[in-house]
Ligand binder design. Sequence first.
Ligand code: SUG
Length: 420
Amino acid sequence: MQERFEVNFDGLVGPTHHYGGLSLGNIASTNHKAQISNPKQAALQGLKKMKALADLGYKQAFLPPQHRPDLAMLSRLGFSNIESAWKASPEILSACYSASSMWAANAATIAPSSDTADHQVHITPANLISKFHRCIEAEETGRILKAILNDERYFVHHDSLPNASLFGDEGAANHSRLGNINFFVWGRSVLEPSKYLEPKRYPARQTLEASQAIARLHRLDPARVVYAQQNPEAIDAGAFHNDVVAVAHQNTLFCHEQAYAHQKQVLAELSSKMDLNLIQVLSKQVSLEEAIKTYLFNSQLLTLPGGGLLLVAPSECKESPSVSAYLKDAPFEEIRYFDLRQSMQNGGGPACLRLRVELSGDELAACCQSVLINDQTYTRLTDWVSRHYRDRLALEDLRDPNLIEESQAALEELSAWLGF
Ligand code: SUG
């Protein structure tokens, strides 16, 4: 049997990263609306995490940023220029400028060949229909993933699910693999709403019907699929995706006590199907609010070369008394903290920034190699960011026509280098 690799594709932060306050239900996004962002620092913070993990021997790659502003979308909405969009609706302009594709966990759901009936890797870009600024990502995401995973012998690319509320799909943020189980977490059922409690304050983004469609499309064995409802209280507290309150890696599930509705049954079902290593944090140790504020569970879990778990956590965890007290005795061999504040302020931690893809050696060799992070690509990308990105962006700056040109010039240079 071939060796298998977990490859983390991190979204490279784009030159128009700003705080639009566009995501109701994502408390950090709302709280930082209209603050001044630093796109250069945001991109460099993300690259630093990628480089550190590559240096530790993990397979690390990046997904290029998308073209922003989305001029085609602006014109589809009847705007003939940026100024008219700004005057009519700064929110719509901000959405068309959003660099939100950086949160690659939401780019797609990917099933590794070890899990699918035809032994191929199945890829479905997320439609992200619950937020306008995010639903405009799906098409370009599909093109980027096709360009990177471009070999019909191994990769099957599906269209994103239909753009209807029935199929609201947020990608891998609500899907994980636990041992050989595909674990889908959803926020609401559109067809049978009366059967389940729904959040009262904030919208649930992922539907049960979307998760079921992905499992079918990816030809997963139904005996190895588990579905669980997100705890509506967690959504109302600001856990707009399950990866804000839980993270899985191999047979380990690290989660908050209030992550799922009917949590005991969910954990019992998982345990009946696999050898579950559960690391559950109780509310009296870390409250739901503190977990969401610090993004403790939006950490990445990785296996250290000598065995044992590495937790890649946001530096906010170090600053919280209850989280740092918990982490002192937590069962992780090593913890590394990263300053990802620019992304965190929009509700994106270490795990949001990456899309996990498990590949065999042959599949990895068939991927586009220029997106892999090594000393050379890291140097080239940091130089590129330093030359093209601003270190200050206010909402008002979205009116500046130079920003379009700067952003286009940056992406053209990157595309020429990547060859797609
Ligand atoms: O979809 N924030 C993203 C954060 C996504 C985090 N991803 C995961 N948890 N997997 C979102 O809410 C904020 C953009 C703004 O307000 O400018 C934003 O889109």
